[in-house]
Design a protein around this ligand. Structure first.
Ligand code: E4P
Length: 220
């Protein structure tokens, strides 16, 4: 399973990249807005930090506008993947431009039928939002399972990018369901490391080691 960081914050990206386990980045207009820079400038900086696919989302909602912004974002860096919403115009943009070599992440996917459209349009990634379905009392993870099963049936090349993951359990369940990628807020990636038995075990190992070697005075 590939791990993407779901943030446009450069400090978080630097910390995550330093661990050597971050394969890419996703952003959305809300995340970009938090950082206060124009999207082209911010994603260019992100591409300098993480060597992998970086999703940058269009804000136009009509086909012509999306096509124009897709070309502009694609020109920023070879690692840019253009994010389009799962609307009629978004799918049309993806179907039209994916043939020219521009990669697409079709976002705001909330049903298996929508995910079929993204695959048929030649999307590189489809982003089903787990947490936002959970928020409505649905089981978001069931959607990941369903899409992975359908894509497997037909050998679709589109990768399932589990998005809106809010906890380590979400990440594990997305992996169990067969999602190719999980995109994680920094806080969730950081929390994957934590287990009290790791801390306790390490403390005990060091205590035992230091006790014996301090008593005998033997070199460590
Ligand atoms: C995905 O690309 C989105 O940016 C993101 O995962 C949305 O997560 P949220 O529902 O926690 O805002």
């Amino acid at each position: 399973m590939k791990f993407f960081l779901d943030t446009a914050n450069l400090d978080e990206l630097k910390k995550g990249a330093a661990w050597g386990i971050v394969d890419g980045v996703t952003t959305n207009p809300s995340l970009i807005a938090k950082e206060g820079n124009p999207i082209e400038e911010q994603v260019r900086k992100i591409c300098d930090i993480v060597d992998g696919p970086v999703s940058a989302e269009v804000v136009a909602t009509d086909f012509e506008g999306m096509v124009k912004q897709a070309h502009e974002l694609h020109a920023v860096h070879p690692n840019i993947v253009v994010k389009v919403p799962l609307t009629r115009d978004g799918i049309k943009t993806c179907a039209t431009l994916s043939k020219t070599g521009i990669r697409f992440n079709v976002t705001l996917c909330f049903s298996a039928s929508q995910a079929l459209l993204a695959a048929k349009a030649g999307a590189t990634f489809v982003s089903p939002f787990v947490g936002r379905l959970d928020d409505l009392g649905e089981e978001g993870m069931a959607l990941i399972r369903s899409i992975c099963g359908i894509y497997k049936n037909y050998g679709f090349k589109t990768e399932v990018l589990a998005a809106s993951l809010r906890s380590p359990l979400h990440v594990v369940q997305a992996a169990q369901a067969g999602a190719h990628i999980g995109t994680l807020p920094f806080k969730v990636l950081d929390s994957l490391f934590n287990h009290p038995l790791t801390d306790r075990g390490l403390e005990q190992f060091l205590k035992d080691y230091n006790k014996v070697f301090q008593e005998t005075g033997a070199p460590r």
